[in-house]
Design a protein around this ligand. Sequence first.
Ligand code: FES
Length: 104
Amino acid sequence: MFHKVGPDETGGKLITVWIDDQPIAAEENEPLAAVLLRVEPYTSRMTPLSGAPRAPYCMMGVCFECLVEIDGMASSRGCMAQAREGMNIQRQVRRPDPLTEYGQ
Ligand code: FES
């Protein structure tokens, strides 16, 4: 679907993030939603009621279609988070428990 222009073109530092336990090359500080849009199945989450796949849409923190679990924090907006070395991202496939999965 999408592909990243090379770090030679942007001057960025290449790092590795983990999406659903798969190592993925990203550019340091790249929005995670941009990374998700170039990794199959190109989605960020499944809706809790129907299970329909959703993908980042607005890329500016408004639509909440990019919700993912980032380093154990459920329902984090992928477009507002920047890639860091070793970051662990899980696509959300269910409704998180607000009492235990949203942190403090
Ligand atoms: S893509 Fe819309 S809130 Fe992140």
